[in-house]
Design a protein. Structure first.
Ligand code: NAP
Ligand code: MG
Length: 449
């Protein structure tokens, strides 16, 4: 049995049967049976079905936002933004269905052409921090390419994925094309990874489980894309607009209570402005509105679970530079926290996945790049400077998949998203995601004789 809680109140909001190996196999069998007909749907019709799903997400925008807010404990304003993106993602991939195609290549003696073939049944395994959003990033391109899917949401947060699967049926997407299994990662997830009829695993989660996905997939040479953890740097140079950078920095790490793979949880500040910036940052963090996720004005809610709060708390020892307010409970609350750190400290190396940011001074540009790159991870990051040449020079030097200059933003529907190093490989969003859900076939046609 899976018991689903509201992290802000600790109330039980659902109890669900937990899928074991048998139920997971049944879902794969349904997806496999649905594949031949789904791949044969004419492109314009497949696009129309995805567009209808996008429209249904828009029509159920408030309902889906409320589900996500209650299940993850995230502020309703953030949940609304995320569900808005889900609709845009399906609109984008509806439009992409007939724009992702093969080519003809000049060769001697005939015609050479390539086709983009679907993979078959793909397993999608997603985490609890942005359940619906991350599901859509995988479902959109997977369905657009003609695959059928088995989606495994995190056990803590299955509700929005279940509602989305109902909307997919209502949109007219045939039975068996979108399947959801609610079950433990170690059981249902592991079975998907090892199942001989699953052609690919699209995974978002921790680097540790990502390693298990790669190992498990080896047995059947499954394709994998891995979107894993991060420890991204927010690099603030002395020539930056310091007020603007300091006002933005809290939202780069405390959004979603820091449970964000893109969190810029290492704030690197040029030594000559370190004290001034720290002052501005404390002021800005103090203003963060923490509390009831149902309140429109709330900017930060609780953590997802009691166990996760314990992990987060284990990172903070000693007196922090700043600790904000948080409700006592019920709910898995943890305050926004700023600590001063050195690059070798645990807090500066490991992903906290909670509202804790580490401030680290640097001497010059060269040292900033060295510290930023001194990480096993390479997912996102920000650079704050008014010097355009430096901005681009540093952007090229930082080993990370996604960067923003004078901004916190990480994801857009039409642009590629994914990691370097142990943050994973493969790209989501934009046209790039379609590469991960199709296989290139080459056909040569002799024109001789
Ligand atoms: P997680 O523990 O790695 O779990 C992710 C998913 O994998 C869940 O659905 C989980 O299921 C499942 N899982 C666990 N063990 C498994 C196994 N042995 N075989 C197959 N599936 C298994 O990650 P999380 O705690 O949910 O999320 C936090 C992590 O995700 C952070 O490290 C964060 O950085 C990363 N993340 C990355 C991105 C990105 O795009 N790069 C985005 C968001 C989050 P159960 O939970 O049901 O057991
Ligand atoms: Mg986990």
């Amino acid at each position: 049995m899976t018991t689903v809680l509201n992290p802000a109140t600790e109330e039980v909001i659902a109890e669900l049967e937990s899928a074991g190996v048998e139920e997971t196999d049944a879902a794969v069998a349904r997806a496999r049976a649905a594949f031949p007909a789904w791949r044969a749907v004419a492109p314009a019709d497949r696009a129309r079905l995805l567009r209808r799903l996008a429209t249904l997400v828009e029509e159920h925008h408030e309902e889906l936002s409320q589900i996500e807010s209650a299940n993850v404990g995230k502020p309703i304003s953030g949940a609304r933004g995320e569900v808005g993106m889900v609709a845009q993602v399906f609109h984008f991939y509806a439009g992409a269905v007939d724009k992702h195609h093969g080519e003809t290549i000049p060769v001697a003696g005939g015609i050479d052409m390539t086709f983009r073939e679907p993979l078959g049944v793909v397993g999608l395994i997603v985490p609890w921090n942005f359940p619906l959003n991350i599901s859509s990033w995988k479902l959109g391109p997977a369905l657009a390419c003609g695959n059928t899917v088995v989606l495994k949401p995190a056990e803590l947060t299955p509700l929005s994925a279940l509602r989305l699967a109902e909307l997919a049926l209502e949109a007219g997407i045939p039975e068996g094309v979108v399947n959801v299994v609610v079950g433990k990662g170690s059981v249902a997830g592991q079975r998907l990874i090892e199942h001989p009829d699953v052609a690919k695993i699209g995974f978002t989660g921790s680097t540790e489980v990502g390693q298990q996905v790669m190992r498990g997939a080896a047995g059947t040479i499954k394709r994998v894309t891995l979107e894993l953890g991060g420890k991204s740097a927010n690099v603030v140079f002395a020539d930056a607009d310091l007020e603007r950078a300091a006002a933005a920095a809290p939202y780069a790490v405390f959004d979603n209570a820091g449970q964000d793979c893109c969190a810029r949880s290492r704030i690197l500040v040029e030594a000559s402005v370190y004290d001034r910036f720290a002052e501005l940052l404390v002021e800005a963090t103090r203003k963060l509105r923490v509390g009831d996720p149902r309140d429109e004005a709330t900017e930060m809610g609780p953590l997802v679970s009691a166990a996760h709060r314990e992990t987060v708390a284990s990172f903070v020892d000693g007196e922090p530079l700043f600790r904000g307010d948080a409700p006592d409970g019920p709910g898995f609350w943890y305050p926004a926290t700023l600590v001063e750190a050195r690059p070798d400290d645990r807090i500066a190396r490991e992903e906290v996945f909670g509202p804790v940011a580490a401030l680290i001074p640097f001497r010059d540009e060269e040292e900033a790049v060295r510290i930023a790159n001194d990480s096993d991870y390479g997912l996102s990051g920000s650079i704050w400077t008014e010097n355009g040449g430096r901005a681009l020079r540093v952007a090229r030097a930082i080993e990370t998949g996604v960067l923003s200059i004078n901004s916190n933003s990480s994801v857009r529907v039409s642009t590629p998203f994914g990691g370097f190093k142990q943050s994973g490989f493969g790209r989501e969003l934009g046209m790039h995601a379609l590469e991960g859900y199709s296989e290139i076939k080459n056909v040569y046609y002799s024109t001789e004789g």
